[in-house]
Design a protein around this ligand. Structure first.
Ligand code: F6P
Length: 359
């Protein structure tokens, strides 16, 4: 029997979304009699019923293309069951539109939030499959997400370029990388780029520990230092605050981001000129790396296999190089954060990287 497969991409975009879409489609067309429906702008498109009937040619030439051909939007899980001013019952609309589109299943490409929404639809009785996308690499149950390695490549190149100018000017340079809760990107790019200090959300830092590390380098005759800092990095003091206190404290900060505050502190405690670079959304832009193209193709094709076997309620993951299916229910609502004893942190410490945790 012909299957109608719905595809959507949700949450922040990243390199590799189109490569994954292509992987799903090519494998699905090869494996079964099917029609593919592209839902536009993530769950928003399912709520508003904006979709397109797709053809095999739509999936050609997109392997290397950044962004997502389906568009994306953020539709927070916490708002899904909330009826807002427009009076729309979002969940009801999605169920109705799934039915109206005569879908047999819905493939949701996205991050942690998307997986929560996908699981909600599974609980409501829809046939759902998740695919793990994010530059943050924080989806539970998978060793790696597509988009992550492309972002590491971009962030590492930024650090490489910052190195030469830091050296020329004898400066401390802070490179602020994406990652509000998870520090995987900063950790990997920091190690790959030879950062001297790496600050991630999972390891609250002591600003004076950073100062000590910088002074030590100065004493050794090193004329510059590089700090890779995640946008979600916080001080030890901040980590002790409750949620509200933390929010108010951050709101009252005069700095646009955490890096500017630390830069000012460094200049107040040392004689070293300090600068901040925030590459921002460049980390999510452009073509996926070869690694991500391979991973995206593998994960996408595996999703098609799950559809052909009617194994729904799963997300595709990779563990020890093995592509497999993990129940959405086991993944939704959990985050994969960097453990303090992660081997890359251990390696970093062995080679003298400061993580802001030594006093
Ligand atoms: O989830 C990916 C991510 O890039 C995070 O690293 C970052 O904190 C966030 O999205 C930025 O979101 P937006 O693009 O909505 O500003």
């Amino acid at each position: 029997m012909k299957k109608r497969i719905g595809l959507l991409t949700s949450g922040g975009d990243c390199p590799g979304l189109n490569a994954t879409i292509r992987g799903v489609a090519k494998a699905a067309y090869g494996m079964m009699d099917c029609e593919i429906v592209g839902i536009m702008d993530g769950f928003k498109g399912l709520i508003e019923n904006t979709s397109i009937e797709m053809e095999p040619k739509d999936f050609s030439g997109i392997l290397t293309r950044g962004g997502t051909i389906l568009g994306t939007a953020r539709t927070p899980f916490k708002k899904m069951r909330k009826i807002e001013e427009d009076g729309v019952d979002k969940v009801k609309q999605m169920l109705e539109n799934y039915k109206e589109l005569r879908l047999d299943c819905l493939v949701c490409l996205g991050g942690a939030g998307t997986h929560k929404n996908a699981n909600l639809l599974r609980e409501e009785g829809l046939n759902v499959i998740g695919l793990p996308k994010t530059i943050d690499n924080d989806i539970y149950g998978t060793d790696v997400t597509f988009g992550f390695h492309s972002a590491v490549d971009i962030a590492t190149e930024v650090i490489d370029r910052i190195h030469t100018t830091a050296d020329s000017h004898d400066r401390v340079m802070l490179v602020e990388l994406m990652g509000n809760k998870a520090g995987w990107l900063t950790l990997h790019a920091g190690v790959a780029g030879g950062a001297d200090v790496i600050l991630i959300p999972e390891m609250p830092y002591d600003p004076d520990s950073v100062i000590e590390a910088l002074k030590k380098r100065q004493k050794k005759g090193k004329n510059f230092s590089i700090i890779a800092i995640a946008e979600g990095a916080m001080t030890k003091k901040e980590a002790e605050m409750d949620k509200k206190e933390f929010k108010d404290h951050r709101k009252s900060m005069k700095y646009p981001t955490v890096s500017y505050r630390l830069a000012e502190y460094i200049e107040s405690k040392t004689d070293i000129e300090t600068r901040v670079t925030v590459p921002g959304h460049q980390q999510r832009g452009g073509s996926p790396s070869p690694y991500d193209r391979v991973l995206a193709t593998q994960l996408g094709a595996y999703a098609a296999k799950l559809i052909s076997e009617e194994q729904y309620g799963m997300t595709v993951s990779i563990e020890n190089n093995d592509i497999r299916a993990t129940p959405l229910a086991e993944v939704a609502g959990l985050l994969k954060l960097v453990p303090e004893d992660h081997n890359l942190i251990m390696t970093g410490k062995l080679i003298g990287i400061n993580f802001g945790d030594e006093s």
